[in-house]
Design a binder for this molecule. Structure first.
Ligand code: ADP
Ligand code: MG
Length: 292
């Protein structure tokens, strides 16, 4: 622990506090994340430690590198590669303007990182702009990977802020517990639309009900006929039967026709009809694109 000198606090997220720090031996700048555990008196659960250690094996340029895991009886400190800022802060500074080439590049990198993790059977489950880190040279990296499995999907942030529902798919909002990679591709689709609109979220719901309503008003309300099994989901409740709104041009006016097509294949209500991350990378929206 003494190896790292804290420089400043950079964030307070779902699981704890993040500091910018310097490794005194190598002089490298890192991000230290101190994870708070709900059951402080129980100590660090071994299941969580096992999960975390698996994350050390994830090595990809679009995943924030986990250099080290330090743990004492009561807390875990994760040592990550340091990045310049997160995507939410980037949106705050871009003044409502974003180059559609930047949108494509960020989306490509997001899908690359996602596809790598999915191929290692690791889900993110909490993808959102705050969990995407970017560097000044235009690199994008996924952060907070795998923590949801180690510590459970968060309901409340450490800072008592309620966890956002904006990026959650309808199956999860209806209480589905069997997660698959489709949970992340939904979130990736929501982020794609938000990127294209320079930070205006696609479905900014206030609560579960409002969240589902916003989704169904755009995509149409599913029924047992269109989505067999939906009425058996733990928290299922019927909604007014909204028709699908075909006017995607109004949803993402700056996005190209190919981009709109990709978006429509990611934000699909029925989970197993959603496009996979590696399929999305082969979509024509990326034809001719040279990654950074
Ligand atoms: P939590 O699990 O608590 O949500 P995060 O890893 O998402 O924690 O970190 C919270 C915030 O701290 C992020 O939204 C980001 O602004 C900042 N942050 C986290 N990790 C890094 C990092 N490696 N480099 C720079 N900033 C980071
Ligand atoms: Mg986070």
């Amino acid at each position: 622990m003494h190896k790292y000198e804290k420089i400043e606090k950079i964030g307070e997220g779902t699981y704890g506090t993040v500091f910018k720090a310097k490794n005194q031996e190598t002089l490298d700048i890192v991000a230290l994340k101190r994870v708070r555990l709900d059951d402080d008196d129980e100590g660090v659960p071994s299941s969580a430690l096992r999960e975390i250690c698996l994350l050390k094996e994830l090595k990809h340029k679009n995943i924030v590198r986990l250099h080290d895991v330090l743990h004492s009886e009561r807390k875990i400190t994760l040592v990550f590669e340091y990045c310049d800022q997160d995507l939410k802060k980037y949106f705050d500074t871009c003044g409502g303007e974003i180059d559609q080439l930047v949108v494509k590049s960020f989306m490509y990198q997001l899908l690359k990182g996602l596809s790598y993790c999915h191929s290692h059977n690791i889900l993110h489950r909490d993808l959102k702009p705050q969990n995407l880190l970017i560097n000044k040279n235009g690199e994008l990296k996924l952060a907070d990977f795998g923590l949801a499995r180690a510590f459970g999907i968060p309901v409340r942030c450490y800072s008592a802020e309620v966890v956002t529902l904006w990026y959650r798919p309808p199956d999860v909002l209806f209480g589905a517990k069997l997660y698959s990679t489709s949970i992340d591709t939904w979130s990736a689709g929501c982020i794609f639309a938000e990127l294209s609109n320079a930070g205006v979220p696609l479905f900014p719901g206030n609560d579960v009900d409002d969240q589902l309503k916003r989704i169904f008003k755009l995509l149409g309300t599913p029924t047992e006929h269109t989505w067999p099994g939906i009425t058996k989901l733990p928290d299922y409740k019927p909604f007014p039967l909204y028709p699908a709104n075909p006017l995607w041009y109004h949803v993402v006016p700056k996005l190209s026709a190919e981009g709109r097509d990709l978006l429509r294949k990611l934000v699909v209500v029925i989970p197993n009809h959603r496009m996979l991350a590696d399929e999305a990378l082969r979509h024509e929206y990326f034809y001719g694109f040279t990654p950074p």
